[in-house]
Each structure stands twice: as C-alpha cells, then as structure tokens.
Design a protein around this ligand. Structure first.
Ligand code: HEM
Length: 167
C-alpha cells in the first residue's frame, strides 16, 4: 500500500499541474490562506451548532432552525477545504499523503462528517427529534461532545503535518 502511494506521489509531482504549482511561489500560500479561512468557517459553524445541541448556547432558537442555518456552512466549507487541500497535495504530494498526521486527519474527518450527518439528518423530518426522549437527549449530548472533540483533533492533526514529516 505504502509503495503504491509513494509511486502515486512520484507520478503526481511530475504532472504539468504539479510543476506549475511548484514554480509559482505565490499559489501555495494563497491556497493555504483559503484553507485557513474555510477552517475558521467550519469551526465556527460546528461550534455554534454543537453548543446548541448540548443546550449550552442559543437555546432561544429551535435546534432544527440552528441546524438549517449552520450545517450548510459546514458542508460548503468542507468542499472548499477539499479543493484547497487537493491543490496543496498536488504541489507537494509526499509531504501530506505519506504523513501519518495527514492520514489520521482524513480518518478523523470521515468520522466527524458521519457524526454531523447522523445528528443533522433526523432533524429534517422531525424537528424535535433529539428532544423526544431522555435517551435521545443523552445521545445528542454524546454526539455534540464527540463532534467538538473530533473537529479540534482534525485541526491539531492538520497543523501537525508540517512538524511530523514523512514516516
Ligand atoms: C477536506 C479535506 C482536507 C484536505 C484534503 C486537507 C489537506 C491539507 C493539506 C495538504 C495541508 C498542508 C499540510 C502541510 O503541508 O503542512 C493542510 C493543512 C492544514 N489543514 Fe487541511 N485538509 C482538509 C480539511 C481540513 C479540515 C476539515 C481542517 C480543520 C477543521 C483542516 C485543518 C488544517 C490545518 C490547521 C492545516 C495547517 C495549516 C497551516 O499550517 O498553514 N484541514 N490540509
């Protein structure tokens, strides 16, 4: 598996697109800035949604309305992160694809996205879904806490890529 990823990185960094990115020094910092702005948007929306889920903030608005307001921001920001992240990978493939910190970040991201979907989806059909029983209330608190933890861990893993290096 590692050999295949290494071969893919070697192929990718010789493609004309990657070569262009390597020779234009302003592109990666510009794309990093977009990545950072999208991180701010996703973390802000994620926190406001999960704090409402936990009943700690914004309790004057129904959860379903908070979900309709913030979940689209999360999905749109993740799309921007995906595109900007892909450009950074194309510029320096081995730096991230072979980094355990990057691999961990992707696994955590999948878990965070699954949790976000599992929390938001039931609200579309039943706006009071998480408030209809004590068990659901408890599950919602576990989901909200786990989600905040996962997104913070993704943030740390993302920053860690630059320091961990390739193993
Ligand atoms: C959606 C897919 C994503 C991809 C493909 C991706 C990819 C990348 C890449 C390639 C880097 C550059 C690492 C380096 O060379 O040092 C990076 C940096 C980073 N990413 Fe992501 N990322 C994604 C999503 C996210 C998310 C959801 C977060 C956090 C909520 C995040 C947080 C970070 C952070 C904090 C950095 C370091 C920025 C810096 O030091 O300038 N990323 N990402």
């Amino acid at each position: 598996m590692r050999a295949a990823v290494t071969a893919f990185c070697a192929w990718l960094e010789l493609t004309p697109f990657s070569r262009q990115l390597q020779t234009r020094e302003w592109v990666v910092p510009a794309v990093q800035t977009v990545h950072l702005l999208a991180i701010a948007a996703v973390m802000g929306a994620m926190l406001l949604f999960n704090l409402r889920l936990l009943g700690l903030r914004g309790t004057d608005a129904p959860l379903a309305r908070v979900s309709r307001r913030f979940l689209p921001v999360i999905w749109a920001s993740v799309l921007v992160l995906l595109v900007s992240g892909a450009v950074m990978i194309a510029a320096e493939p081995a730096r991230s694809l072979l980094s355990p910190a990057f691999q961990l970040k992707m696994v955590l991201l999948l878990a965070a996205l699954a949790l976000t979907a599992a929390t938001g989806r039931p609200l579309r059909h039943s706006p009071d879904y998480w408030g209809t029983s004590r068990l659901r209330g408890r599950v919602a608190r576990v989901f909200g806490t786990a989600s905040i933890g996962l997104w913070v861990a993704i943030l740390c893993a993302g920053r860690w890529i630059a320091y961990m290096g390739v193993r």
